[in-house]
Design a protein around this ligand. Sequence first.
Ligand code: HEC
Length: 710
Amino acid sequence: MTHSKRFASLVLSLLATAVLVAPAWAADRAPAAAAVSQQRMTNANQDDPGQWMSHGRTWDEQRFSQLTSINDKNVKRLGLAWFADLNTYRGVVATPLVIDGVLYNISAWDITTAYDATNGKVLWSYDPKVTPEAGRVACCGVVSRGLAAWNGKLYIGALDGRLIALNAASGKEVWSTQTLDANQPLSITGAPRVANGMVVIGNGGGDLGARGYMSAYDAETGKQIWKFYIVPGDPKVPDGVASDPVMPMAAKTWNGEWWLTGGGGNDWDTIIYDPKLDIVYFATGNGSPHPQAFRSPGGGDNLFLASIIAVKARTGEYLWHYQEVPGEQWDYDSTSPLMLADLNINGKVRQVIMHAPKDGFFYVLDRATGELISAQNFVPNTWASHIDLKTGRPAINPEAMVVEAPRLVTPNAAHNWNPMSYSPLTGLVYIPIQEQWMVVSRLPDGQFQFRLGRTTLGAGVNNFPELRKEMNAKVQTDKGYTLAWDPVAQKEKFRIPLPFNFGGGTLATAGNLLVQGTMNRTLAIYRADNGEKLWESPTQSVPVAGPITYSVKGKQYIAVNAGWNNAIVHGLNNGPEPFNVGPAKLVVYALDAKGVELPPLPPAEAVSPPPNTPQPADKVAAGATLFATYCATCHGQNANGSGTKDLRFLNADMHKDFSDIVLGGKFKDRGMAPFTGTLTPGQVDAIHAFVIARGQDDWQPVFVAPPPQR
Ligand code: HEC
C-alpha cells in the first residue's frame, strides 16, 4: 500500500466513523442536493448504504441494500409512513432515487417531483410538458422507468426524446437536448444512467420501423459525446459516429435492403457501467419488422439485435458483443436489466454480467471479455434446446421458427423490464417470471407493407383458424412466480407462486428481505433465504416498478410506486371480485409507522357490455388482420390492451365515435394517432367488427374499469 493510499483509507475510515456519530453533514449546513460523484457511487456500499443514488442503487445494479434495521425479525411492525397521490391512472413504473434525505420520483408524462423522504413534503415539482402526440410512438404507455442524478443535477429522459438536466435543489431546468433522430418513430421510457460524468440514454421504436442507437452526453453541458447505432444502416452511407468501424462486420449478418425497414434493435431500458473497466454495457432489442423474412430475407444473425454490447465509456468505441438470440424473430428483446457481480465459479472469483432476458435463459458472462461462462433456461423453453457453451450459440429448434402457419412457442417474455435483484448474502437472484406460451406466425409473402411509424409485427392472424384456436387455449394456461435463482449452480433454489402471470420488480436487503409488488394490488415482503411470506399491505394499484429502501437519520424506509396502466386490468376481471384499482401512488413504509391511511378506493365503474349485434365472420377476420397490423402494438394482440386502452369493452359513446377516433383524430391529444390516409372507412368498419367480436367473446358482468385517463 502506498503512503497516500494508506492516508486515504485512514480518512475514509474516519469518515465512516463520523457517519455513525453524526450525520455526514453538520446539522447547520444543508447538504448540496443530489451530490453524486464517481467516488461516492464507487463507495456507495461501504460509505453510503442509506442512499439510492442511481437506478439500480449502485453501479452493479444489484438492487441490494445493506440496511438491516428492517429485517425478517421485525418486518411485521412495518406501517405506512407517508404516501403521495400521483393523481393518474396512466402507468407509473419508475424506481425513485433517494439522496441525502430527498426522494426524487418520476410519474406519467415524466412529471418529476422532489419530496422530503421522511414525510412526503413536496420540495418542488417539474413538468416537462411532453406533447400528448409523443404518446403515439410509445407502445406501452406514457411511462418512465426512472431518473439519474449527478453533481447537483437530476436527469430525465423525456418521452419525446429530450434529455433534460434539472437543478436538483430547485427543480429548474439547467439544459435540455433532443436525443432523437428527426423523422424516426422513437421515444424514451428508460432511465438515463451516468457513467463517469456522461449521461447515457437509449430509445424505443423497434416495433415501429426505427433504427435503434445509444448516445452519451456531457452531464454538465448536455453536449453529445458519442453515439452508437445498434444495427447497420445503408452500408454505402457511413453515419459518422462511434459505431461506424464495427458496422461493416454487423452488415455481413444481414440480407437484402434491410435499412429500408429500420432494423430495430432499440435498447429502451438497460444500461450498466463498470467504473473499474470504464465500460458501458447495453442490452439491445428485437428486430424490426418482427418476422425475419421481412427484414433480412434468407436469414442471418442480424447483429446487434438481442445482444449485450460493451463499449468504451469515454468514446463509445466497440469492445465486444454477445448475441443471445441470433436472427431474433420472437420479440425476444434482450433489454431486461443487466447486473454486475463478482461470483465464485469453480474456485475462482469471476467478474460477471448476469442477465435473465425475455428468451428464458439465464446468462453469466465474463464482463471484461464477453466470454459466455454459463447459460441455463429458467423457464420451460421450446425455441432453443440449450446454449452451446463452446460457440455461445443457442441450439434453435427449427419447429419454433416463425412461418405462415401458427406455431406454439414458449417463453413469451419470460422476464421483462421489471427489475430483478441479487443478494450477495443468499447468493440468489430474484426474478419476476411470466411462464407463458405464445402463438407465432407471419403474414403470407407479399402481404407485409412497411410503413415507418406503424407497427412492424407482420403477424398472420387469420390463417388456420382452428389450429390457432387450439393453440390459444394453451396460451391461457399462463402462470407467474418469483424465482430465486442460484447463478453459480444455474438452478432454481425456490419459487414464490404469484397470483396471475405477472410480478413487480424486486429488492433484496441484508435484513434477509425480498420485497415485491403483487397483482393483488399489494406490496409483499418475503424471507430472502426461503421465500416465506412475512408481510403484505394493500397499495390499491399494482406496484410493477422496482421497490427501494433508504435511510434518513438512521431510520430505514421502504418505498415503491404503485401504479400501472389499466390495460391488463380487464384481463384480471376473471374472478368473482371486480378488479378495481385506484390512481397511482408512491407508498413509503417504516417500522411502527401509524396513523397514515390510503384514501378509500374510488367506486368501481361497471363496464358496459359490447353491442350484441352479431358480426359477420369474414368481416371480423379481415378486421383481425388489419388490427394486427395497425393497432396491436398499442392495444394488444387480441385487443386486450398492452399498455394502452383495452378495446374490448368500449362504452357506447366510443362505439358511436369509433371512426372519428380512428380516422378523425378525436383523441390525438391523448396519443391516439389518426389513421387518415392509411385506412379506408371500410377497413375501419372491419376493425370495429373485430373489436366488437372480441368484446362479445370475453365480456363478463363483474368487469369494472378505472375512470378515464389523464
Ligand atoms: C401508437 C399507439 C396506438 C396505436 C397504434 C393505436 N392506438 Fe388507439 N389509442 C392509443 C392511445 C394512447 C389512446 C388513448 C388512451 C387513453 O386515453 O387512455 C387510444 C385510444 C383509442 C380508442 C378510444 C378508447 C377509449 O375508450 O378511450 C379507440 C377506439 C382506439 N384507440 C382505436 C384504435 C384502433 C382501431 C387502432 C388501429 C387502427 C389504434 N387505436 C391504434 C394509442 C394507439
